[in-house]
Structure formats: C-alpha cells, structure tokens
Write a protein that binds this ligand. Structure first.
Ligand code: ADP
Ligand code: MG
Length: 331
C-alpha cells in the first residue's frame, strides 16, 4: 500500500462526514478553515514518540486516542472548544491492522469532540505521532497561565496520579504490585486519558488561570506561579486520592499525585467568591473538583498538612518533588 492509498483509506474525511468549519479539508495543499466571528483560534502541538511517551505494549486504538487526547487537553486548559487538527505520522512500516486500530481510536475521539482531521503528513521512520490541534475561544477569553491572583483558590479536577502508578507497575517497581483490577484501571488512565474539554469551556469567565497537568501537578503549578508572579500554599490533606492510590503507601501516593505526570487533569485558580459556581460546574459535568490550596503573594510553593485555608494546625512539609523533565531523564 502506497502513501496515498494509506492516507485515503485510513485518514480521509469525506466531505459531509463532519459538521465542521473546514472550507477545504484534507486532500488539497492546505486545509482552509473559517473561525466563527468573534472567536479567536487557539493552536497547540504535541508529539508522541515510542519509548519516550508510550510503551510498545499499548494497543493502536488507545494510542490513537491518546495522541489526540493530549492535544485536546491543551485546548481544554485554554478554555477553547475543539475545531480541527492535523496529523503528522511517522511509521516504520505499513501495518494495515495497526493503522485501522489507530485510526479508529483517533477518529472516535475526534468525532466525540467534533474535531475534524483536516490534513497531515505521512512519512517512514521510527514511530512518532505529531498532532496540531486548533480550537476556538471568544476573543479575549482564553484561560492563561498568567492570570492567578493573590487570594484565589487553587483547584484540580479528577484524581491525578493513576497514570504514574500504572507506569511504575509496567516497570515492575511496585512492591507489592497491583491487583489485576487495579492494574487494568490505572492502565486505562495512562493509555486512554479523558481530556477535560467541557470543564475548560465551563471555566471561561470563571477561572483566572488554568493549565493541564501533563508533567506532574507540582511542576505544572510552578508554571502558573511563575507566569502569574505569585506563590501558593497547598494542603497535602486536601489532595483527591483515587481508590487505587489509597491502597498505596503515603510516600508512593504523594509521589504519584504530586509528581506523576501524564494526568491531563486541569489545575486552575478561581476567586473564593465563586466556590458555588465551581461546585455546580463539577456536579453538572460529573467530575470531582477539589480545592487544594490558595494563591499567596509570597513567591514559591509551600506544602502543608492540615485543612485548606486554616492558619492554625498547619504543618509545613518539605518539598521533595521536582517536575519531570524530558532532558534530565526520569519517567
Ligand atoms: P504535499 O506533498 O502537497 O504536502 P502530501 O502528499 O503530504 O501533500 O499529502 C497529501 C494530502 O493528504 C494533503 O492534503 C495532506 O494534508 C493529506 N495528508 C497527508 N498525510 C495525512 C495524514 N496522516 N492524515 C490526514 N491527512 C493527511
Ligand atoms: Mg506533505
């Protein structure tokens, strides 16, 4: 199967297949898209490389899902609604069964979010998947890392840490290991993350800053704090704990939640006057939203034992977690 047959068979979206904004979809030299009046385009790129971002054991359908999910997560963090994406695919060989599974995982998630595949590039080489995603957000309403204000509450969605627990299980570094049930559940979190697109859109005009947790909660929080020129106090006792992490030792649990990475949850700041609205949004979306700390004027991050927002009974905890960095080794 040649390059063009491959593209046509697996990645062509025929006209009328989507409800979308592409004036010209894939198949021409460029795709042409028309953002709606009053909207700005939000654009982001993420690449997944075998051995670095995913294990060779992942199923092609889950890989297709994840490649788009991590990109949609960036749109979510900006409060942008998905519009379209391009796919740069580097393949070691043409394996039709693999391509079928990959395309299904990818395009099912794309359809779920009305995000149209409008073009791409296909080359031979070590397996890598590069996606550029485009979304739209009302002019001036994109959620940025730089907007956190002193006094804001700090929130996180879902239960970060499961993906890292699964990764450590794959590495054989957990003692005791995971039960089959725990392994399958956490593996799902690692291989098939659910991008928080509806939450991001719901946080427009509500959150002052947002970021998605891809490199670890504390590392990503650090980006918000530096960009916003503020500090934060975070209560370890307020962190959401997934049932699978609850069974692990306290050290392992905190390592996974605070520095695990690959979570694709949203971390965001909201003025304390809006707590009701955040709670309502969480209820509407069926999503656990946890208030884990607050923004302070003093730069840096302070970790505490004790309830959020109480000055008494706060016990400082030294920060032994640093962000994962691709060029320093690590996960
Ligand atoms: P060109 O050489 O003009 O850049 P290509 O031969 O790379 O064009 O691609 C032909 C058409 O197929 C283009 O419209 C391109 O966007 C689309 N395309 C190529 N690879 C992919 C892919 N992996 N997924 C979706 N569309 C693709
Ligand atoms: Mg090309």
């Amino acid at each position: 199967m040649g390059e063009f047959d491959l593209i046509e068979t697996f990645f062509w979206r025929r006209p009328g297949q989507g409800p979308h904004r592409a004036v010209v979809g894939n198949g021409d030299d460029c795709a042409v898209i028309a953002p709606a009046p009053g909207m700005q385009l939000a654009v982001s790129t993420d690449t997944l490389v075998e051995g670095r971002h995913f294990l060779p054991t992942v199923s092609p359908a889950r890989l297709g899902h994840k490649a788009l999910a991590v990109n949609l997560s960036d749109l979510a963090a900006c409060g942008a609604a998905p519009l379209a994406f391009t796919l740069a695919l580097t393949l070691p060989r043409v394996d039709e069964a693999w391509l079928r599974g990959f395309a299904r995982g990818l395009l099912d998630l794309a359809d779920e979010h009305d995000c149209e595949l409008i073009g791409g590039d296909t080359t031979a080489g070590p397996l890598a998947i590069g996606i550029t995603v485009m979304g739209e957000v009302p002019t001036g309403q994109a959620l940025l890392r730089s907007g956190a204000q002193v006094g804001d509450d700090l929130w996180v969605s879902g239960c970060p840490g499961e993906a890292r627990l699964a990764l450590e299980a794959f590495r054989g570094s957990l003692h005791p290991g995971l039960s089959t049930e725990a392994f399958e559940a956490t593996r799902l979190a690692m291989e098939r993350p659910d991008p928080r697109v509806a939450l991001g859109v719901g946080l427009r005009g509500l959150a002052t800053a947002a970021i998605d947790v891809s490199d670890g909660l504390l590392g990503d929080l650090g980006h918000v704090l530096r960009r916003s020129r503020v500090g934060a106090a975070l209560s370890l006792d307020a962190l959401p704990v997934s049932p699978w992490l609850a069974t692990r030792s306290s050290d392992e649990r905190l390592d996974c939640i605070l520095a695990g990475g690959d979570d694709y949850e949203l971390l965001f700041t909201v003025p304390p006057t809006q707590r009701e609205r955040v709670a309502q949004l969480g209820a509407e979306l069926g999503l656990v939203l946890s208030r884990i700390g607050q923004i302070e004027a003093e730069p840096g991050l302070r970790l505490w034992r004790g309830a959020v927002g109480t000055a008494e009974d706060r016990q400082a905890v030294p920060n032994r977690w640093t962000s994962f960095d691709h060029f320093k080794g690590g996960a």
